[in-house]
Design a protein around this ligand. Structure first.
Ligand SMILES: [Zn+2]
Length: 69
């Protein structure tokens, strides 16, 4: 669930786009333009269930292709 305030600093959450970085050992994947609610104080991003599902899929693909080498 996405809180209506930042759970770290109680800052205001604003709709925006963020980057999600996936790391596997020395490989790195950046997922750009992920819609999220971003804290205006500390920059912490909160993803909707839809977006985290997408991120999950991309991460699984990424790890699979990395491990099959
Ligand atoms: Zn915050």
């Amino acid at each position: 669930m996405i809180p209506d305030k930042c759970s770290f600093c109680k800052g205001k959450l604003v709709k925006g786009k963020t980057e999600f970085v996936v790391k596997a050992n020395d490989e790195m994947l950046v997922i750009k333009d992920v819609s999220a609610l971003v804290c205006s104080e500390c920059g912490e991003a909160y993803y909707s269930p839809d977006e985290s599902g997408k991120i999950d899929k991309i991460m699984k693909k990424f790890h699979k292709s990395y491990c099959s080498r």
